[in-house]
Design a binder for this molecule. Structure first.
Ligand SMILES: NC(=O)c1ccc[n+]([C@@H]2O[C@H](COP(=O)([O-])OP(=O)(O)OC[C@H]3O[C@@H](n4cnc5c(N)ncnc54)[C@H](O)[C@@H]3O)[C@@H](O)[C@H]2O)c1
Length: 245
């Protein structure tokens, strides 16, 4: 009989909307276990009880104890779904503790991404960083690449992204039409996540659209990535396309 090694997964932002759903999903996934949970709220309470699962004997820890708790709990992979400044501070600590990473937080600046990547490479851990863990979005990206390759520079490209009204980032001004790709942000109600890429010519246009109906699609992809990343070559940052390849 082949003995499967259990993947021990911890969460930062465990009490948030994504965090709670991921905890429930990991708990229901064969070969995975919730090893630790971190958040600024509910510190000391049992994460299973917060997520409606009953006691899991995993207390919510203060993120300032991240390194110590990750080591004590023998965590293999840490999933981070919080806010950009928190991820920028916590991801390097996890990498230094030898823990692989799944980063879902959006709104990271290029500088924050670069310093997180440095920490991942220099501490020889593996990570997936993606602003969209949905499985269908991998196909959506492939279709966009194909259209861009075939249409060349004669078509203007515009992106419309729409998310719920609690989303923190993404309302910036629009530039006059040049050769740039314009990004337009809609914020309203309970939209889970819509992305439309428009290739606009003089007499026609192509629109490629992905719409997430439920956050479960991100949760499934993130947990799939967490199980996958622990077996990958270390010292590297992967994308969701690598996970789905
Ligand atoms: N990549 C994806 O596929 C994907 C999908 C959905 C959401 N997101 C992103 O995930 C993040 C979380 O989304 P959400 O809807 O769950 O938000 P949320 O506000 O419901 O949850 C965020 C949680 O993070 C906690 N938190 C904040 N600062 C912290 C810190 N310093 N240390 C530890 N915990 C901290 C908060 O207390 C809260 O519980 C956002 O950046 C969102 O854009 C990514």
């Amino acid at each position: 009989m082949i003995k499967m090694t259990e993947v021990r997964a911890a969460l930062v932002g465990a009490c948030g909307k994504m965090g709670q759903m991921i905890v429930r999903r990991i708990n229901a996934t064969e070969g995975m276990k919730v090893s630790a949970a971190f958040d600024l709220v509910n510190v000391g309470k049992d994460i299973g009880e917060i997520c409606g699962l009953g006691k899991l004997d995993v207390p919510v820890s203060d993120p300032k104890d991240l390194e110590k708790v990750l080591k004590e709990s023998k965590t293999d992979v840490l999933l981070d779904f919080t806010v950009a400044p928190a991820t920028a501070a916590n991801a390097p600590v996890a990498a230094k503790a030898g823990v692989n990473l799944i980063i879902g937080t959006t709104g990271l600046s290029p500088e924050q991404k670069a310093s997180i990547t440095d920490a991942i490479v220099s501490n020889n851990v593996a990570a997936v960083i993606s602003s969209n863990y949905s499985i269908g979005v991998g196909i959506f990206f492939k279709l966009c690449r194909e259209a861009a390759k075939n249409l060349g520079l004669d078509y203007d490209v515009e992106i419309i992204e729409a998310h719920h009204n609690q989303k923190k980032y993404g309302r910036e001004g629009v530039c006059p039409r040049g050769k740039e790709i314009g990004i337009h942000s809609v914020r309203g109600g309970d939209i889970v996540g819509d992305h439309t890429v428009m290739f606009i010519g003089n007499a026609e246009r192509i629109e490629i659209r992905h719409q997430a109906h439920s956050r479960e699609v991100f949760v499934a992809g993130a947990v799939m990535a967490a199980k996958w990343v622990v077996d990958q070559k270390k010292g590297k940052v992967y994308s969701m396309s690598d996970v789905l390849a």
